[in-house]
Design a protein around this ligand. Structure first.
Ligand code: PLP
Length: 228
């Protein structure tokens, strides 16, 4: 199992860091994620065998790492591979980002908690549902979203928010509706909850550098835009 933990840096599930649950985990440091090195990411595994295979893939399919460690007297091509090692410049940016990961996570979580406190009223009035966080999850504040009753209502709120100077976003097209998903034989209605989620979900602004005042302004705008 390869765990797509692209957005998961700093988050955990039942006490386990995201990216450490599958045979492999992949965490992204793309500039849209909580911490970044421009382009890059990390592949994790708890298996020595998989780690060695991944290590060979990363170096053009060779055992060059073993050669450099003095474990082989020459290196050679053993398997398909690519050149996926992170460059030193990106890695040096990443080191400083890793140092502030817990601070960034904390700031984002504070924004999300602020939204939760201020927007609970929407849930009470039945106008929207807030992102639910189960008790076993420790989120990293990567996103905060609302779910509306219908696509039309979501789109109206999105438009009004923009008029109030607040940009909000929908989320990924479900994979089963992508051209590749269609090629694999899926139809739009096959995964009904994914489809509903896609049509009714709205993400609010959230960022490690966002002030609490900006969050308060955005929350106020959401309340206005929702018709309260
Ligand atoms: C960002 C993202 C990716 C892609 O990450 P890259 O580092 O750009 O390859 C994949 N899956 C999910 C869920 C993501 O959010």
């Amino acid at each position: 199992m390869i765990e797509d933990a692209a957005q998961g840096a700093g988050a955990s599930w039942r006490g386990r860091a995201l990216g450490t649950i599958g045979d492999f985990g992949a965490v992204s440091f793309h500039h849209t994620k909580n911490i970044t090195c421009g382009e890059g990411g990390v592949l994790t595994t708890g298996s020595r065998r998989l780690w060695q295979r991944a290590g060979q893939y990363r170096l053009h399919g060779t055992n060059r790492a073993m050669y450099l460690a003095g474990e082989a007297d020459r290196y050679t091509w053993n398997m398909p591979g690519s050149c996926t090692a992170m460059g030193e410049l990106a890695a040096s940016v990443l080191v400083s980002q890793l140092e502030i990961l817990s601070e960034v996570t904390e700031r984002r979580r504070r924004i999300a908690e602020g939204y939760r406190e201020r927007l609970g009223v929407l849930e009470e009035k039945g106008l929207a549902r807030l992102m639910a966080v189960p008790s076993y999850a420790e989120p990293n504040g990567h996103i905060f979203y609302l779910r509306f009753e219908s696509e039309g209502q979501r789109d109206r709120v999105k438009e009004k928010l923009l008029e109030l100077g607040v940009e909000s976003k929908t989320h990924y097209v479900p994979l089963h509706m992508s051209p590749q998903g269609k090629k694999l034989g899926y139809k739009e209605g096959d995964l009904k909850e994914s489809l509903r989620c896609y049509k009714t979900l709205l993400r609010l602004p959230i960022h490690g550098g966002m002030s609490l005042e900006a969050m308060e302004y955005a929350a106020g705008a959401v309340i206005k835009a929702s018709g309260l």
